[in-house]
Design a protein around this ligand. Structure first.
Ligand code: PLP
Length: 439
């Protein structure tokens, strides 16, 4: 666990005091701070879960696309799962081998497909095809490039939303989702791929959602996938190298998570074996589970506010207004997610008495609200929003003219990279100059 309260009572991440990190780097707040050592330890634990089985941990870059994170995970033996041409270029730039890159997503542009087909000696590991229509497009792009494109077909197992048991916005493996090839269209899709001399079917995959706190839905989807693979392999599977059960391993945001990433892997491996498919490599695409717990968003308290609370006589609500908002960390507004918030300075003396604070950001939206938290009754100076290493900075925007947050990377207890918060002036220039015709 990389976030702890040290002996002096100060909050630490990766063995270094958060207040000192922000002060000494001078990056300003809000600032994301990440512990690369913790991230690498997650990857190593996951690799161990495979035992000797052939596998690829294709890190889902969308969760946290910072170069230091991708490079650290590459050094820890991970590949990458990307969902845009820009993420593909980034993974390659960070040294991820083209072979170890998967490209998922439903509306890949021709130029993005071209880049995937052109990468490395044989193109990327696999373009994950998400519709029958896309097969025709990938085939045409490969032909134009005079290359064979390595592809996998992503099946949508049509699970029910209830069975997926996660927030509807992050459930992808159901009938109403835009993702994947419907089971009913699967044989048609396979026949199309087989008929194309420009495509090589190297894998079959699924990804049914995110933040699963039990293995049930994940393993049910894996079972559906393995069943299909076993069925079609004699006819279409000569080039098959892998089966890919996707990402989605849940993390503990404070309310518990009964399972670890390794549980997903060991159960999936057992089911794979039971279908006699253990000669194929097992690919997984975790994002959140590798990075979420090893990042925090440090924010300064700007001011407090007290207002009458409901009709109860004399009751008042205490608002803690911080300089991080929904533009920095969208998850609470987008998914009603709750992140634990803690005071960074020692919680002792007058700070030891706690009070319920409604923690809100500066953005002009009522959704810019991080919920009610028990924090010192005397408003703290700095707070840490925990478990913000995944889907934090990558979802940030400049809404309300707010600068993007600073980022600091810690490894083995010391800062190895940092970037200050962007300047307001850069945003002003960018917006003001729009439409100005060059003289
Ligand atoms: N793979 C695909 C295709 C995805 O869309 C996602 C995210 O939604 C992931 C992997 C990573 O999911 P998670 O961060 O939950 O592991």
């Amino acid at each position: 666990m990389s976030i702890v309260r040290g002996e002096q009572g100060r909050l630490e991440l990766g063995g270094i005091e958060l207040a000192a990190v922000v002060r000494d780097t001078g990056v300003g707040t809000p600032a994301y701070v990440y512990d690369l050592t913790g991230i690498v330890a997650e990857a190593e634990a996951l690799h161990r879960a495979f035992g000797g089985a052939s596998h690829l941990v294709a890190y889902a870059v969308k969760a946290n696309s910072a170069g230091p994170v991708i490079r650290a995970l590459r050094r820890a033996g991970c590949g990458a799962d990307v969902v845009s041409g820009a993420e593909l270029a980034l993974a390659l730039e960070c040294g991820v081998a083209s072979d170890a890159i998967l490209f998922s997503g439903v509306a890949k542009l021709d130029r993005e497909l071209d880049a995937a087909i052109a990468a490395g000696p044989e193109g990327i590991g696999a373009i994950q095809i998400e519709s029958v229509e896309e097969i025709v497009r990938v085939s045409a792009r490969a032909r134009a490039a005079s290359r064979r494109a390595r592809v996998s077909l992503r099946v949508n197992p049509a699970a029910s939303l209830e069975a997926l048991a996660t927030h509807a916005h992050i459930a992808t493996g159901h009938d109403d989702a835009k993702f994947g090839i419907a089971k009913a269209d699967f044989s048609h899709a396979l026949a199309l791929v087989a008929a194309s001399p420009d495509l090589e079917l190297t894998g079959l995959s699924t990804h049914v959602g995110s933040q699963f706190t039990s293995t049930q839905a994940y393993i049910a989807a894996a079972r559906t996938l393995f069943h299909l693979v076993a069925e079609v392999r004699p006819t279409y599977g000569s080039a098959l190298r892998f089966v890919d059960t996707g990402g989605g391993f849940g993390v503990d945001y404070g309310t518990g998570c009964r399972v670890s990433p390794s549980d997903f892997v060991s159960e999936a491996l057992a089911v794979q074996r039971s279908f006699g498919l253990d000669d194929l490599a097992l690919y997984v695409e975790p994002g959140r589970a590798l990075v979420a717990a090893h990042g925090v968003l440090v924010a300064s308290v700007v001011q407090e506010k007290s207002t009458p609370h409901g009709a109860a006589s004399g009751a008042r609500r205490r608002w803690l207004m911080i300089d991080a908002g929904m533009n920095d960390l969208l998850r609470p507004a987008l998914y009603q997610a709750r992140h634990r918030i803690e005071a960074i300075d020692p919680v002792s003396g007058p700070m030891a008495t706690s009070a319920s604070w409604q923690v809100v950001g500066p953005v002009c939206e009522s959704a810019d609200d991080f919920g009610v938290h028990e924090l010192p009754a005397a408003a703290p100076r700095l707070v840490a929003i925990r478990d913000a290493g995944a889907y934090g900075y990558t979802m940030a925007s400049r809404y309300n003219g707010r600068a993007l947050a600073a980022e600091v990377f810690v490894e083995a207890g010391r800062v190895v990279a940092s970037r200050a918060r962007a300047l307001d002036a850069a945003w002003v220039r960018d917006r003001a100059d729009l439409g100005v015709v060059d003289p």
